[in-house]
Design a protein around this ligand. Structure first.
Ligand SMILES: O=P(O)(O)O[C@H]1[C@H](O)[C@@H](O)[C@H](O)[C@@H](O)[C@@H]1O
Ligand SMILES: [Mg+2]
Length: 246
């Protein structure tokens, strides 16, 4: 019998290696990756061309055999995303977006939902991995307030990258989370905007890739409505220990 998980892992490894080898060819490129940062490499976004990579987004899912796992590869120049690729391995869905050229899933053009009524919307979010009771209370409080607006429902597939692709596909109106990292959302961010969606911080300001807070939505009306209900908190920034002057 085919080993589904081995296939998924082989895909993830092949994609990550490919990104790595291109990065080596283009030696001026910098690299931010979940594993490299865990190994002590810097996590700093400069104006230099930079790969922002999560080889396995949905690690807990992967460990438990919960079938949503993605490879997430973003590429930024001058701190702006140029392209993003999210491969949802088990679903065999390849999401791609190049700045100014639209977003696609397996070659099909993506468009966000045109829903403007929060009461008719599905919102994606996650419980996250922080088990600090104050943080958990804020997460539950935000979910409770959003659910009781009311909305149609709350969903979450356990990977930020895939949740963002679901916004881009029009399956959910919005996704928000506090506590994610830049490698979880970089590729998904450009996929959402190229599908016609919007990005912002959980306080309604501009998205800051390093702040570990994100709202991705089909439009500003839905995004701003959610923002009003979120009990925001401020995790330690991704670039906290590596901030530079530029
Ligand atoms: O699976 P990873 O790469 O660790 O990222 C997930 C994170 O661990 C979870 O806490 C979040 O809720 C997910 O949205 C991330 O995708
Ligand atoms: Mg991740």
């Amino acid at each position: 019998m085919t080993d589904l998980w081995q296939n998924a892992m082989d895909h993830a490894v092949a994609l990550a290696r490919k990104a790595g080898s291109v990065s080596v060819c283009l030696s001026f490129c910098l690299f931010i990756g979940e594993e490299s940062v865990a190994a002590g490499e810097p996590c700093v976004l400069t104006d230099n061309p930079t790969w922002i990579v999560d080889p396995v987004d949905g690690t807990t899912n992967f460990v438990h055999g919960y079938p949503f796992v993605a490879v997430s590869i973003g590429f930024a120049v001058n701190r702006k995303l140029e392209f993003g690729v999210v491969y949802s391995c088990i679903e065999d869905k390849m999401y791609t977006a190049r700045k100014g050229q639209g977003a696609f899933c397996n070659g099909q053009l993506l468009n966000v939902s045109d829903q403007k009524e929060i009461s008719q919307s599905i919102i994606a979010t996650e419980f996250g991995s922080n088990r600090d009771t104050e943080v958990v209370d804020k997460i539950f409080s935000s979910m409770r307030k959003i659910l009781c607006l009311p909305i149609h429902g709350i969903r979450g597939v356990g990977t930020a990258a895939t949740n963002m692709c679901l916004v881009a596909s029009g399956c959910v109106e919005a996704y928000y989370e506090i506590g994610i990292h830049c490698w979880d959302i970089a590729a998904g961010a450009i996929i959402v905007t190229e599908a016609g969606g919007v990005l912002m911080d959980v306080d309604g300001g501009p998205l800051d890739l390093m702040s570990r807070r994100v709202v991705a939505a089909n439009n500003k009306i839905i995004a701003e409505r959610i923002v009003k209900e979120i009990d925001a908190f401020t995790p330690l920034r991704d670039d906290a220990s590596t901030e530079t002057e530029d």
